[in-house]
Design a protein around this ligand. Structure first.
Ligand SMILES: NC(=O)c1ccc[n+]([C@@H]2O[C@H](COP(=O)([O-])OP(=O)(O)OC[C@H]3O[C@@H](n4cnc5c(N)ncnc54)[C@H](OP(=O)(O)O)[C@@H]3O)[C@@H](O)[C@H]2O)c1
Length: 344
C-alpha cells in the first residue's frame, strides 16, 4: 500500500500516505499523512495509525515487504542532525524553498518541527514568537548579560526560523541592548526583512540591522521617526494609545506590505505584548540546560487570579542537541488580523 485516497468527489479529507519504511524493515516505520482539510501533515507510527480518527486509514501492519514497494529497494536515507554525510544528507537547505513553493511535507526531521508554520489556522498570517531561555525561564542575568544562553543547536534553530519567515520583528530595546544583525548566518536560507518597533524614536541610526544588504528594513513608529536613519529604510507610522502600538495593527501593516509569515524574535517586552494581544499562532521556547536564578523572564503578562484563567498552549517537545524546544500552539486564542483566509 502506498496511497490512501478516497473518491475525488468525497466530502472526506483527501489523504495521501507516503511510505517511509525500509523494505523488510521493522514494524515501527513512520507513515506520513498529508491531510488537506486544514490540518497540518503529521507523522504516525503504525500502532498510532489504528487509532487515528480520519476515517481513512485503519491499517495495522507488522511487517513491510519489498514486494509491496512501488519504488526502489534502496533503504531511505535518514537525517541524524549534526551528522550530515553521504548517507545522511543534510536536507535543511531544501526546506525554505519548499515552504515558499507550498510543498508542505518537509523531509525528516523538519516536518515535525516546522510543519505547523506552513499555514495559518485563523487567517493568512502565521506569527511565531521565540524565547531563548534557561530552565528557570530567564532570558538574561539580572545585570542584563545574555550572550549566549542557547547553544549551537538553539541558535541554529533561531536562524532556521528566520530563514522561513518573511519578516523578523524586534522591539527597540533589543536593538539598543544587543545590536543584532537578524540575518541568517548559521544555516542555509534567505534573509528575512527586518522590522523594529520603535514608538519613541530611540533607534540608533548606526544599528547593524539597518545595514543595506538587500533585505527590506522597516521601522514602525508612533508617528515620530528616529532621526538620521540611513536611506532605504521604510517608515511605518502607526497610531499609539497611551504610547502603545496595537500588535494587531503592526501585523496588519506588515501584511499590507506583503509580509505574511512573521517571527517575533524579542525581547520579552515585545513577545509579551503580542502574546497578551492574542496575536501569536505559535511560541517556540528554546530551553538551555542552565539555571540563572534571577533576571528578566521570557514572558511577563498581567497577573491572573486563578490557574484556569491561564492561556492554554498545547505543546510538543523536540530535543535539539542538549536543548529542548517547546513548540506551543496558541492558535486557539489567536485573534483575526482582518486578512481573509483564502479557500483551498
Ligand atoms: N533570549 C531571547 O530569546 C532574546 C531575544 C531578544 C532579546 N533578548 C533580550 O531581551 C532584552 C531586551 O528586551 P526588552 O524586553 O527589554 O525589550 P524589547 O522587547 O526588545 O523592546 C521593548 C521596547 O520596544 C518598544 N515596543 C515593542 N512593542 C511595542 C508595542 N506594541 N507598543 C509600543 N512599544 C513597543 C517599546 O519601546 P519604548 O521603550 O521606546 O517605548 C518597548 O519598551 C535584551 O537584554 C536582549 O538581550 C532576548
Amino acid at each position: 500500500m502506498t496511497t490512501g485516497r478516497p473518491d475525488r468527489n468525497s466530502a472526506k479529507a483527501r489523504s495521501t500516505a507516503i511510505w517511509a519504511a525500509e523494505p523488510n524493515g521493522a514494524a515501527d516505520a513512520t507513515l506520513v499523512l498529508s491531510i488537506t482539510d486544514g490540518l497540518q501533515p503529521r507523522r504516525y507510527t503504525f500502532s498510532e495509525i489504528v487509532a487515528v480518527k480520519t476515517g481513512v486509514f485503519t491499517v495495522s501492519l507488522t511487517q513491510y515487504h519489498d514486494t509491496m514497494a512501488t519504488d526502489p529497494k534502496e533503504p531511505l536515507k535518514r537525517l541524524t542532525r549534526g551528522t550530515a554525510n553521504e548517507d545522511n544528507p543534510d536536507t535543511w537547505p531544501e526546506v525554505p524553498r519548499m515552504l515558499r513553493e507550498s510543498e508542505f511535507l518537509f523531509p525528516p526531521p523538519w516536518q515535525e518541527i516546522f510543519g505547523p508554520l506552513c499555514r495559518g489556522q485563523v487567517d493568512e498570517m502565521v506569527v511565531v514568537a521565540q524565547c531563548g531561555q534557561s530552565i528557570d525561564a530567564r532570558i538574561a542575568t539580572a545585570s542584563g548579560h545574555s550572550h549566549y544562553i542557547n547553544g549551537v543547536e538553539g541558535l541554529a534553530h533561531l536562524h532556521r526560523l528566520r530563514a522561513l519567515v518573511d519578516a523578523v520583528v524586534v522591539g527597540v530595546g533589543t536593538v539598543v541592548a544587543d545590536d543584532p544583525q537578524l540575518t541568517v548566518r548559521r544555516v542555509a536560507g534567505p534573509n528575512p526583512a527586518r522590522v523594529v518597533i520603535d514608538p519613541n524614536g530611540r533607534l540608533p541610526p548606526s544599528a547593524k540591522l539597518l545595514g543595506d544588504d538587500g533585505a527590506r528594513r522597516l521601522v514602525i513608529t508612533g508617528g515620530r521617526p528616529p532621526p538620521g536613519l540611513p536611506a532605504g529604510i521604510e517608515i511605518v507610522p502607526l497610531a499609539t494609545a497611551d504610547g502603545r502600538l496595537a500588535p494587531a495593527a503592526v501585523l496588519a501593516a506588515l501584511a499590507e506590505r506583503g509580509f505574511r509569515r512573521i517571527l517575533i524574535e524579542g525581547g520579552s517586552n515585545t513577545v509579551s505584548r503580542f502574546l497578551a494581544a492574542g496575536c501569536l499562532d505559535r511560541l517556540h521556547v528554546m530551553i538551555a540546560p542552565m539555571i540563572i536564578g534571577a533576571g528578566p523572564s521570557s514572558v511577563s503578562l498581567a497577573p491572573i487570579e486563578r490557574v484556569d484563567q491561564a492561556i492554554k498552549a498545547p505543546m510538543r517537545a523536540h530535543i535539539l542537541g542538549d536543548e529542548v524546544l517547546l513548540d506551543c500552539d496558541l492558535s486557539a486564542q489567536r485573534i483575526g488580523i482582518g486578512i481573509a483566509k483564502k479557500s483551498r
